[in-house]
Design a protein around this ligand. Structure first.
Ligand code: AMP
Length: 628
């Protein structure tokens, strides 16, 4: 472990020299004059004065050496199509998308909202925005109208790029009606909506606003749009993530720091080199999709596989089939996907030649020991658990085989990655914890390159949300509990806040509660995350009705439950739908009115609810027990 420890030490103690060296991985049109400006803590500005461009580094820079090599490999088992785009093809498509946006008036600093499924146009438009210096905001296709409207209001996009439909399990899922509803609900109107028509669902075009992309693309297919060189700290994108309030936070990322951090991680963490093939099965709507479907591999001259489909269709060997066909070197997936595979015939794991595959990376949610071990033994490949967040953009804790191969331990995402001065801090005292002592996982600022620069349009919220958790100490809180064992291996022990993680999707319970409360029959509600064998966690809702007597009617309970679930689906998308909506007469609260979520979770999981000295009405807990 000596090498990886020394590497980490250098990255913290000799921070500027370390990152100045790593910065050589990318093209700088204008060299930076200062590696780090930390004159206004906790805001860190990396590679000050340097001018660069993410699209240039991901596409143009590789055209000479890799023009005819695969760059984007699109596999869709939803529409049974596979397309390999070379770097030259990618360049053509990105330029056509950029010329289209330009024709619609998009200039540097404008926001472009991308609401697309896993189709190549999502990557084309992200890179096109990067080329123009426009700020993209990709919204996960599984989100519904209300989520989308909130993001339109906050980001105020000039243009929205969307489609007629996505597809799941072979069935089309219409996007356009949701988009129309969202635009109607929001107070900001985009000037133009560009639609990629896949021919999967009928779609109405609003005259004067909506445009079919096909003719625009055809017209611009030979365009060459000049790269807009951006100062390293200009915003590249906004990606919304859930927190403890009903309003998602727009995580804002920079340009130069992000490019450098991702490029370095491709080698040190993911063991990749130019020409390799990388396959991340995440959706572009999440941070992994941004960093490791689109930007990371392409910046490092690697090909990336973009997959539209589920891990079990046409059968549970599809991931392995893709790896065999395209000679994939590294797979990045989520524990939930692997837990799903575990239920299928183990022979499927051995049907394909996986000799190209070096390692498997799993992230986004806790990886339980059994699942990690099962996969590693079944495939005979190392399985690496990564821990990170939308906010950081790349791993905080991980093994780093590109620095040094060290033994991993299932249940632990290994140790801090270079660049992260990670700590475990005692919430009450603000002091660092000792070995085996549980505390909050934190990062001593400055945050490294690639991590969020601020919350879009709200510096004050950035400081308040992330840097004010510890008495007398300005330190970034991850809002995760953790500990470090005697040997220096780190363990993540769950969230400190009300955020839950369903199948790797981060959801704010507050957002779901707000949706439950919009049902006219509901007075108040509590939504909690409960352990689930497959999905890690699932949401469970407890609702107090305005008039509990309505439940006396026959069938009322089921009808209300179904109605409330439908409201949630319409506002927050199917991912947020709770397993159950249970009705109670009151919620267990402290005397100061805070819902005792931990006690509710404990009861749902069949555990002891613990210390209840602050409870207002102990009878409320009995009701939860009875409802269960
Ligand atoms: P997101 O921002 O959606 O990527 O969610 C980040 C959160 O997911 C973290 O704060 C953790 O709570 C959880 N998480 C991500 N990766 C891991 C991991 N490897 N082990 C445990 N929890 C994880």
């Amino acid at each position: 472990m000596q090498k990886v420890r020394e590497f980490h030490r250098q990255s913290i103690q000799d921070r500027e020299a370390f990152w100045a060296h790593e910065a050589q991985r990318i093209h700088w049109e204008t060299p930076f004059t200062q590696v780090l400006d930390y004159s206004r803590p906790p805001f860190a500005r990396w590679f000050v004065g340097g001018k660069t461009n993410l699209c240039y580094n991901a596409v143009d820079r590789w055209l000479d050496t890799q023009g005819d090599q695969p760059a984007l490999i699109w596999v869709s088992t939803e529409v049974d199509q596979e397309i390999v785009y070379t770097r030259a093809d990618l360049s053509r498509e990105v330029n056509a998308a950029a010329a289209t946006l330009q024709e619609l008036g998009v200039v540097q600093g404008d926001r472009v909202l991308i609401y697309l499924p896993m189709i190549p146009q999502a990557a084309f438009f992200m890179l096109a925005c990067a080329r123009l210096g426009a700020i993209h905001s990709v919204v996960f296709g599984g989100f519904a109208a209300h989520n989308l409207a909130q993001r339109i209001d906050d980001a105020q996009p000039r243009v929205i790029v969307s489609t007629d439909a996505g597809s799941r399990g072979g069935r089309p899922i219409a996007y356009k009606p949701l988009l129309d509803q969202a635009i109607a609900q929001s107070s900001h109107a985009p000037e133009r909506v560009v639609l990629v028509n896949r021919g999967l669902a009928p779609m109405d075009l609003t005259a004067g606003r909506d445009l079919d992309y096909a003719p625009l693309r055809a017209r611009h297919l030979d365009a060459l749009v000049p790269v807009v060189w951006l100062e390293s700290n200009e915003p590249s994108y906004i990606l919304y993530t859930s927190g403890t309030t009903g309003n998602p936070k727009g995580v804002q990322r920079d340009v130069g720091g992000y490019a450098v951090a991702l490029c370095a991680s491709m080698e040190y963490i993911y063991g990749g080199k130019p020409g390799d093939v990388y396959f991340s099965s995440s959706d572009v709507g999440w941070v992994v999709g941004h960093s490791y479907v689109v930007y990371g591999p392409l910046l490092n001259g690697q090909a990336t596989v973009m997959y539209e489909g589920t891990p079990v269709r046409p059968d549970a060997a599809i991931l392995w089939r893709i790896i065999e066909t395209y000679r994939v070197n590294a797979l990045f997936s989520a524990p939930t996907a692997i837990r799903v595979l575990k239920k299928h015939d183990p022979a499927l794991l051995h049907r394909h030649d996986l000799s190209s595959l070096d390692r498997i990376y799993l992230a986004g949610e806790p990886l339980d020991e059994l699942t990690g071990q099962w996969l590693s033994e079944a495939l005979g490949k190392p399985v690496i658990d990564n821990y990170w967040q939308t906010e950081t953009g790349w791993p905080i804790l991980s093994a780093q085989p590109g620095v040094e191969e060290v033994p991993t331990r299932f249940g632990s995402p290994s140790f801090p990655v270079y660049g992260y001065d990670a700590r475990v801090i005692d919430e009450a005292t603000g002091q660092d914890c000792g070995p085996n002592q549980k505390g909050v996982v934190a990062i001593e600022p400055p945050l490294p390159p690639g991590a969020m620069s601020t919350i879009w349009g709200n510096d004050e919220r950035f400081v308040r949300t992330y840097f004010q958790s510890f008495p007398g100490r300005l330190c970034y809180s991850t809002s995760d509990w953790g500990l470090v064992d005697d040997d220096g291996y780190w363990y993540i022990l769950g969230r400190t806040d009300d955020v839950i993680n369903v199948a790797g999707h981060r959801l704010g319970t507050r957002e779901i509660e707000e949706s439950v409360n919009t049902h006219p029959a509901v007075a108040e509600s509590a939504v909690v995350g409960v352990a689930d064998q497959l999905k890690g966690q699932e949401a469970m809702a407890f609702a107090v009705l305005r008039n509990p007597a309505v439940l006396d009617e026959s069938g009322a309970r089921d009808r209300l439950e179904a109605e409330i679930k439908r409201v949630i689906e319409q506002r927050n998308g199917a991912v947020a739908r709770p397993a159950r909506i249970l009705f109670v007469n009151s919620l267990p609260k402290t005397r100061s009115g805070k819902v005792l979520r931990r006690a509710i979770v404990a009861l749902c999981e069949g555990r002891d609810p613990g210390d209840l000295t602050t409870i207002e009405d102990p009878g409320a807990l009995d009701q939860i027990r009875d409802a269960l």
